[in-house]
Design a protein around this ligand. Structure first.
Ligand SMILES: Cc1ncc(COP(=O)(O)O)c(C=O)c1O
Length: 375
């Protein structure tokens, strides 16, 4: 009898829309017949300066100083890394757990909280992984849209908790793709609700704000951080979650033992030993963000939203969806990558990650040329 694979696999997964990740650099370079170094990648909020020099040196030294280090499994308890993070954030290591990027921790937290039929509140427009991952666990997503200025609708969230039983909510602060920070008072109010609140602080180093100091007093608060953005380690995959001792044991039970690899651990620790250099890089990106924002605002029919991150959300107030798509496509043909969102409320928007000044200049020149404006 022929084996029907679809009968053996999960039906709910067959019905899922696949997540559309960005096209890898090498694939794109080949498509455009362009060397990889020429591509200006402003579509994934990565750090345009890469890792710190000290981090690169630490990585280069691994096999030289400790032969076969890469042949040995990493520390499942993440002892040294958690100790270094603990000093950085001023929280005990017992409240810290690390993952292969904060993406893994989002997934772990959902596994710890959600069983099929449970409700996740989601505040769009926001990071797409929250609703995507929830579907994998058979959870229902209760959308509580943000207002016109992208502020969270606190009453709406309370309603989702009280009337629909929502038990988990991820709020990125500052939010991706809108750049909006979540006020501390809003976090305080939300923590009064019977729900697990995960404040995703992927961009905290750019905003200079954090609620990580609140985890000790609030067992229902989880703070997610990553080394992908400020430390420039997106390709090595390392992030962490900070939470009360009451909750963290659940995550330790379900974590894969070797989830943070040796190179990621070395690089993250070295970044934390080089915080001054890293924060100087963050300051350069923030200053460049302001310059880029002013230059984009000067283009006709472009509204640039305020941002506390390393990216800018721009609405095409003239030309709408068609113009936003056309800009994305025309830039891509030249090897300049930005993000377009085919989603309600955002389909006339583009998101631009802040690059190095010379990269942003190439982008701006192309945009001015599209508008028929002199540079
Ligand atoms: C809000 C938010 N959370 C999490 C992530 C994922 O970060 P990581 O690279 O640590 O998985 C991103 C990446 O863009 C993000 O924007």
């Amino acid at each position: 009898m022929p084996i029907q694979i679809s009968q053996l696999l999960r039906r709910d997964i067959a019905a899922l829309e696949p997540y559309t990740p960005i096209v890898p650099l090498e694939v794109l370079a080949e498509r455009l017949h362009m060397p990889v170094e020429q591509i200006i990648k402003l579509d994934a909020n990565e750090n345009p300066y890469g890792p710190s020099p000290r981090t690169l040196a630490a990585l280069a030294a691994v096999e030289r100083d400790t032969p076969h280090r890469y042949a040995i499994y990493p520390d499942p308890d993440q002892t040294r890394l958690r100790a270094a993070i603990s000093r950085y954030i001023g929280q005990p290591p017992e409240r810290v757990i690390c993952g292969a990027g904060s993406d893994e921790l989002i997934d772990l937290l959902m596994r710890a909280v959600l069983t099929p039929g449970d409700v996740l509140a989601d505040c769009p427009p926001t990071f797409g992984m929250y609703s995507f991952d929830a579907a994998l666990y058979g959870a229902q997503v209760r959308a509580v849209p943000r207002d016109a200025s992208f502020a969270v609708d606190l009453e709406g969230v309370a309603d989702a908790v009280v009337h629909d039983g929502a038990k988990l909510l991820f709020l990125a602060s500052p939010n991706n793709p809108t750049g909006t920070p979540l006020p501390r008072v809003a976090v305080e109010r939300l923590l009064e609700l019977p729900l697990v609140l995960a404040v995703d602080e992927a961009y905290a180093e750019f905003s200079g704000t954090s609620v990580v100091d609140m985890v000790g007093a609030h067992p229902n608060l989880v703070v997610l951080r990553t080394f992908s953005k400020w430390a420039g380690l997106a390709g090595l995959r390392v992030g962490y979650a900070v939470m009360h001792e009451e909750m963290i044991g659940y995550l330790w039970k379900i974590k894969q033992p070797y989830n943070v690899n040796v190179a990621a651990e070395v690089a993250a620790i070295a970044s934390l030993e080089d915080v001054d250099e890293r924060m100087a890089t963050v300051a350069r990106i923030v200053a460049e963000r302001e310059r880029l924002s002013a230059a984009l605002t000067a283009l006709p029919g472009v509204h640039v939203y305020p941002s506390a991150t390393n990216f800018l959300l721009c609405r095409m107030t003239g030309g709408g969806t068609a113009r936003a798509r056309a800009i994305r496509d025309r830039l891509a043909q030249r090897g300049i990558l930005i993000r377009y969102f085919n989603r309600p409320g955002l389909d006339d928007c583009i998101r631009i990650s802040v690059g190095r000044p010379e990269q942003n200049d190439v982008l701006l020149a192309a945009l001015r040329e599209f508008e028929g404006m002199a540079g």
